[in-house]
Design a protein around this ligand. Sequence first.
Ligand code: NAD
Length: 499
Amino acid sequence: MQELTHFIGGKHVKGQSGRFADVYNPATGEVQAKVPLASNAELDEAVAIAAKAQVGWAATNPQRRARVLMKFVELLHRDMDKLAEALSREHGKTIPDAKGDVMRGLEVAEFSFGAPHHLKGEFTEGAGPGIDMYSMRQPLGVVAGITPFNFPAMIPMWKFCPAIAAGNAFILKPSERDPSVPIMLAELMSEAGAPDGILSVVNGDKGVVDAILDHPEIMAIGFVGSTPIAEYIYARGCGNGKRVQCFGGAKNHMIIMPDADMDQAVDALVGAGFGAAGERCMAISVAVPVGEKTADLLIEKLTPRVEALKIGPYTAGNDIDFGPLVTREARDRVLGLVNSGVEQGAKLVVDGRDFKLQGYENGNFMGGCLFDNVTRDMDIYQQEIFGPVLSVVRAPSYEEALRYPMENQYGNGTAIFTRDGDTARDFASRINVGMVGINVPLPVPLAYHTFGGWKKSGFGDLNQHGPDAFRFYTRTKTVTSRWPSGTKEGADFAMPTMG
Ligand code: NAD
């Protein structure tokens, strides 16, 4: 059995705490590795190394820092197959989807090439008599990221690429479910020329997360995961005076208007509802057809598509639609929710509960499930399922359909399918959700825009990636300067104004 390590100070470091977590192969149910769970002392050591390295890194000009990221991108392309394989082996997603995971992170590395531009300050000549005023963006020092299992390449890169390009040193605490790819990313950053200690991976669970939250030298924390943990991290991190951004769970609704292109809508729902076994924070988990005729047609067209989904291990080839859930526990939780939906009166049109795959009986597989007649009081509506389950909630009108995502506790993503520009525009304007698709089911903004949900899907005031990332990982200093040739006014005891 493989024993994984931490990656600290530019090298692999064996776990010292004596505590480990099992890393499974979700397709077979076998334990394939042990990941060490760091102690407070191991975190302290990583932070001390990072703090020392950060001083020189911040003093390195931003173009040179950006060039390290350029090299990193080249290495990601070189190792794409290796990364995707390692990712699929621990997460369970298909190889094309794993490559998408790496690519969406790589694109943020590319965006971070622009660090010299993003870090430029502002300058006012002659703000007063002989006085100039300028602002600059400076790195925070040592910053940290705590990331979820479902995008083990993309989300760590969303965090550390802009942070490092901005001159910080970064401590990554990835999910203990699939830690191998984050470690490989740190190796590649080292190979690309990041000085030792600029990117460290400290593996662990709640213990090390709490140590990060309380560490006086960690200045900022970027978190992505479930909402209860996001709320906890936001409260404790902010309570300790840190800058914190936390992105949480989701319940993404897609409204289908009677005038929508129904084939386009069905394709969109199948991909966005069941891709990655529904383990995406931007997955569409609720379809809201408007009007009974639209709903009946939607169910008629969706049913054979959900029944025909191809489920299997990533090794079965590229025409698999989705793989197993990440753990046995995750699958049992999803199956429990499906059972609750049946008990609470929803109509299970496609039942994937008994799905079995020969040779993979111990894998965490389940088939796609499609529910009709879901009502908003049911557990399958109230809770984030995070599995291959799509719920159809019928709405009699657009105004009623709009209320469902509006009144939902989450506000990550949403979509509307319609041919009517007026309705689409009204929806985009009024909806209280952070990311909106118009005839696009997964409106994940590209690297140069920012990603973030509203309500219980996001805590903090700046989004991930795009220009916000440079704002989050830097602080502004404003300088007011006068040279001896400027006006000498003598001592002034009143507040200086421009009056
Ligand atoms: P999770 O909340 O269980 O874990 C996320 C991170 O927090 C991991 O690193 C984990 O080790 C740590 N953690 C877990 N329990 C903890 C505790 N009690 N105290 C301190 N730290 C703890 O989430 P997950 O299951 O890995 O990921 C799935 C969740 O992430 C879903 O809810 C999904 O919607 C959400 N997600 C959100 C976004 C977004 O951008 N909004 C993106 C991806 C995933």
